[in-house]
Design a protein around this ligand. Structure first.
Ligand code: PGA
Length: 243
């Protein structure tokens, strides 16, 4: 990972091929920075790679190759120049029943192939209301980073994404994010013996709140969902973060 703040576009399962062509035409050259990473739907990654953008997948499988119809491996991703992968996104946990232990296997496999891992963690609104956020984050970190050695953590960024904030327009206060990020850093130091893990924030980041969010001093950047699909909004976010 770069040492400067990053902006990661989680484009999810959006856009047709012609929309992707149009998107690439408009952003042509303009947003090409090592601090900006595009994670389009897997079938479109090669078009971003061709234009020399940094590219990540939104998911990977736990093995290198074999009879696993529909899956994509870290081994394959690395072989084509993909450098990053989002693992453990809440949408995968919810819709595809991904568990912490499956996510841990994916992290090991991605690290083995030297992919930069964006590991997503975060609490539901119910957990937050019951004041269980710290407990949930601790469980996710301990399980998802099980047997991950300190040197492997150089290649891992943790994305703190409160589930109630994703796609809702609701965002925690800066102070809440700052406190939670400090807590995540503390957990990783205590349990994985690694100092100052990079933590990014995700959940309803847009062109309107980016200035405020970017003033948080212990975060390493942002994971941006729907606002990354709108080029004007995404440009504004990048301009604010990458100065
Ligand atoms: P959002 O999504 O920016 O649309 O809230 C963020 C994410 O799911 O990573």
């Amino acid at each position: 990972m770069e040492n400067k703040r990053v902006v990661i576009a989680n484009m999810k399962m959006n856009m047709t091929f012609s929309e992707i062509e149009e998107y690439l035409k408009i952003i042509n050259n303009e947003i090409r920075s090592p601090q900006v990473i595009f994670c389009p739907t897997a079938i479109y990654t090669s078009y971003f790679l061709k234009q020399k953008y940094r590219v990540g997948l939104q998911n990977v499988f736990i093995y290198d190759k074999g009879a696993y119809t529909g899956e994509v491996s870290s081994y394959q991703a690395a072989s084509m120049g993909i450098q990053y992968v989002i693992i453990g996104h809440s949408e995968r946990r919810i819709h595809f029943k991904e568990t912490d232990s499956l996510i841990n296997k994916k992290v090991h496999e991605a690290v083995k192939h030297k992919l930069g891992v964006i590991l997503c963690i975060g609490e539901t609104i119910e957990e937050r209301n019951l004041l269980k956020t710290d407990r949930v984050l601790k469980r996710q970190i301990l399980n998802c980073l099980n047997e991950i050695e300190p040197e492997m953590l150089d290649n891992i960024v943790i994305a703190y994404e409160p589930i109630w904030s994703i796609g809702t327009g609701l965002v925690p206060t800066n102070r809440e994010i700052q406190t939670t990020v400090d807590y995540i850093k503390l957990l990783v130091k205590e349990y994985r013996n690694y100092d100052d893990i990079k933590v990014i924030y995700g959940g309803s980041v847009d062109d309107k709140n980016i200035k405020t969010l970017n003033s948080i001093d212990n975060i390493f950047g942002f994971l941006v969902g729907s606002a990354s699909l709108n080029i004007d909004k995404f440009r504004k976010i990048i301009a604010e973060v990458i100065k």
